[in-house]
Design a protein around this ligand. Sequence first.
Ligand SMILES: Cc1cc2nc3c(=O)[nH]c(=O)nc-3n(C[C@H](O)[C@H](O)[C@H](O)COP(=O)(O)OP(=O)(O)OC[C@H]3O[C@@H](n4cnc5c(N)ncnc54)[C@H](O)[C@@H]3O)c2cc1C
Length: 392
Amino acid sequence: MIPKKTDVLIVGAGPTGLALAVVLAQSGLRPLIVERADKPQTTSRAAVIHAHTLEVLDAIGVTAPMLAEGRRIEKFALRDRDSLLGLIGFDQLPSTHRYLLMLPQDRTEAILLERLAELGVGVVRGVTFSGLSQTGGEVVAKLETPAGVASVTSRFVVGADGVHSAVRQACGIAFDGAAYPGSFVLADVKLDEAEPRDEVSLFFSPEGLVVLAPLPDGHYRVVATVDVARERPDAACIEALFAARGPTDKPLGKVMEVSWSSRFQLHHRLAASYRKGHVFVIGDAAHAHSPAGGQGMNTGLVDACTLGRILTEVLLGKADERALDQYEALRRPAAADVLALAGRLTTAATLRAPVLRGLRNAAFSVATRLPGVRRRLAMSLSGLSRRNASLS
Ligand SMILES: Cc1cc2nc3c(=O)[nH]c(=O)nc-3n(C[C@H](O)[C@H](O)[C@H](O)COP(=O)(O)OP(=O)(O)OC[C@H]3O[C@@H](n4cnc5c(N)ncnc54)[C@H](O)[C@@H]3O)c2cc1C
């Protein structure tokens, strides 16, 4: 049922739209959250939750159930086939969460959805946002519903509608950046292995990168850089990547099952602005980059919680509308920082020239022996170096 008026219309019930709705609902507000898809997604996608995200999500009551289901990993190992280039530990992080949490994205979304239902708000599904106009501090949005076109008037609209955001386009906000050659293979696999691994392992090799990260249910997330990825990489494809890029002394094992696989085309983009009047963009609608470092969904969840707090203050009359400027001021530089981090990691992972690969390996092995460098990398990957760019 679509009301004619609401305080906040959220377009998209991915992780960022759901998190924003929870923040608002916790303060007694009743956002309208609409979603084009008829059912929740059931695929794995973003599987890493970093320490800063867990801190921020604690305030909305979802960190505890996520910790109960997820798998905690305390170290990141950089390897070149059989040799260890360096170890980055999360166990010394200045946080109550001294680890990264592995949890498939469909579970993160299900936990957010359950929390939203507890607060008495449901997602209105099968509804597609198709346009908006703004006048006098109000936004009128056009929604395509199974019963026909509906108009909703709201004080604020938030585009949490992903990388191809119709809200961003309706506001004429440019999505600056470019597509990059190369793509990523992603797969969740079960391996026959002698000894389970309790680290995220990044194997560099002359053929490219392969990453292996343990998931909660005994599966592993495999990520690899390739020139052109197949739409659904299969067991043979993953085993070929292991053979060409993994260790030879303790091979990564035979793939017994592929429970999910996909590919990710590389592009790095940042919205030229995060706000137009009373309309905002969050998550993938505001920034897109390679999955190296597992930062995409994490950055979006912090966007959602930060904007949620600002909108709550304004809607409850505790702050005036000048506070709205804080959102872009805090979160756009944070996304620029994340894009630079993901870009550096992607460049390091995709070097082809043997000389450059040799230099990269030498640089990693020297740098990760320096405690200051290890700490900076752990702070940046965990998001804790961007704590000041959020409200929590
Ligand atoms: C195959 C794949 C693998 C990935 N792997 C990783 C990974 O390993 N690590 C990582 O960090 N990230 C990964 N990502 C990215 C990660 O999934 C995103 O960063 C995250 O989902 C962003 O959340 P979001 O809420 O901003 O957008 P989305 O999750 O894209 O959600 C947007 C929602 O809006 C809805 N919507 C869109 N348009 C409209 C409209 N006009 N009207 C109504 N609803 C609309 C969509 O149906 C969707 O439910 C992956 C993504 C994909 C697709």
